[in-house]
Design a protein. Structure first.
Length: 239
């Protein structure tokens, strides 16, 4: 009985591994259960037994790939929670970049295929998995901006940092995925060393965040001065 349970777990694992690769390469619509099972060395009936069908396998294989990637590259980048906000920001940036450049991060390729030919099947799984990570990342940006920052200011700054992490590396990853893709009109060389790119994005982001914080603080001083002036005028009017 125990051997059957272990064999079943291994079959499930093999199906998830094979499915994440096939769905990443072909997308949901073109991937077939037959190909996935062939790569997993499993009977086609195993998909229904373990997952109930292709749709559930699609979702679970994305979750599998996502968490496998996070295990290899933890979201905090290995930076201690009591480190400075600047160090923690760099850790988050580096972790994202390392995940993107790893050819085994099939969850990124699955999302790309999903965006190109949507099924809507991954929406809930992605929200549940990604939102907590982005929330922790945004909290570092909020810390760097200071207590006077609004939620909109935090969101805009976080969006800017995130775009620098994903933009160039995802574009390069997609270019490599599509062997017949036309070359870019203007070459955009990306540093071979991801640490170099992470350092640049961190410095650039910190400079921008510091400037936004300076403007927020100046606005706060001006607002306080304006309030004092109005209060003083009201007091003089009562005399």
């Amino acid at each position: 009985m125990r051997k059957q349970r272990i064999d079943g777990q291994e079959t499930r694992q093999h199906l998830l591994e094979a499915a994440s690769r096939v769905f990443a390469e072909r997308g949901f619509w073109k991937a077939t259960i037959a190909e996935i099972c062939r790569k997993a060395h499993a009977n086609t009936a195993a998909v229904n037994y373990h997952f109930g069908g292709k749709e559930a396998l699609y979702v679970e294989s994305w979750r599998y790939g996502f968490h496998k990637s996070l295990k290899a590259y933890p979201p905090d980048g290995g930076v201690a929670s009591d480190a400075s906000a600047e160090e923690r920001l760099r850790g988050r940036i580096l972790a994202i970049m390392r995940r993107i450049i790893d050819p085994e991060s099939h969850d990124f390729d699955m999302v790309y295929k999903e965006m190109a030919n949507p099924t809507g099947l991954l929406a809930v799984a992605m929200q549940e998995s990604i939102e907590p990570i982005f929330r922790d990342f945004a909290s570092i940006v909020r810390e760097l901006l200071g207590d006077q920052a609004t939620e909109q200011q935090v969101r805009l700054c976080f969006m800017s940092v995130r775009a620098q992490c994903f933009g160039p590396l995802l574009r390069e990853r997609r270019r490599k995925m599509t062997s017949q893709a036309p070359p870019l009109p203007v070459p955009e060389p990306i540093p071979e060393d991801v640490e170099t790119l992470a350092d640049h994005v961190t410095r650039f982001s910190l400079a921008g965040i510091q400037e936004v914080r300076r403007q927020i603080e100046i606005q706060g001083i001006q607002d306080n001065a304006s309030l004092r002036e109005r209060a003083s005028s009201a007091h003089r009017g009562q005399l």
